[in-house]
Design a protein around this ligand. Structure first.
Ligand code: G3P
Ligand code: MG
Length: 239
């Protein structure tokens, strides 16, 4: 089982910052999960919420600000502004990833705001750094997933979901040319794991922060656990 650091090593460092990504890789995580949005001037930035307030203390939403404004905005508000870190651009991240060998799960945050052509922009950036074979796209918005797959058939994709309507998703994913499902842990059971195995669909599960959940995933031998605590998961795996 692989270990993906959710928003970087977000259990110990400010989420979705270069510091949290670097620390995840130093801890020997196999991959990093991150969330992309678009600035007012149409550039890709990494942050979880549409609203800036929780992670930066600023008013407004991501698309109110330019790339320059966002990348000079401190992003450690969840840690009482203790770290001198800012919102990363997706370009800065891709440059970092191009120097390593880890996987990146790029979650396209189009579930609330539909950014114009965000999938194509992400693919262009990924291709410009030669990262195609180390990316997994996912989104709660499955039209975004299908658009990414259509634009870049060579890049792996997963259907992300958080409700229980998708019991027979593995067969549909296979038919759609999608490689993974990304369920919330509480929706996964023996039947879904077996169905995915039968259809050749990988399972990447979020957000796994409890030891008992990690142990269950190891037993199921899923493709990846997406966790805020990659160190804990790696320890359980004996790595
Ligand atoms: O991609 C897994 C997980 O990140 C999905 O939920 O809200 O943490 O982006 P969220
Ligand atoms: Mg996410």
């Amino acid at each position: 089982m692989k270990v993906f650091a959710h928003r970087g090593f977000s259990g110990k460092y400010p989420e979705n910052t270069m510091l949290a990504y670097r620390k995840a890789i130093e801890a020997k995580a196999d991959g990093i999960e991150l969330d992309i949005h678009e600035s007012s001037d149409g550039k890709l930035v990494i942050i979880h919420d549409e609203k800036l307030v929780r992670t930066t203390g600023r008013d407004g939403v991501v698309s109110d600000y330019t790339l320059k404004e966002l990348t000079s905005t401190r992003a450690s508000h969840t840690f009482d502004d203790a770290y001198d870190v800012t919102i990363p651009s997706f370009e800065e991240y891709c440059d970092f990833a191009s120097k390593g060998s880890f996987v990146t799960n790029v979650e396209i945050k189009t579930n609330n705001i539909w950014y114009q052509d965000i999938e194509r922009k992400a693919v262009e950036m990924i291709r410009s750094f030669g990262l195609e074979d180390r990316i997994i796209f996912s989104s709660f918005n499955w039209i975004s997933v299908m658009r990414a797959k259509q634009i870049a058939p060579e890049i792996e994709c997963g259907f992300l979901y958080c409700d229980n309507k998708h019991i027979h998703l593995a067969g549909q994913a296979r038919e759609a040319g999608i490689q993974y499902i990304h369920p919330d842990f509480k929706l996964l059971d023996d039947g879904i794991v077996a169905d995915c195995r039968e259809h050749g669909i990988g399972v990447n599960v979020w957000t796994i922060n409890e030891e008992s959940h990690m142990r269950q995933l190891i037993k199921w031998d899923v493709n990846a656990a997406i966790t805020n605590y990659p160190d804990m998961c790696l320890r359980l795996l004996g790595r």
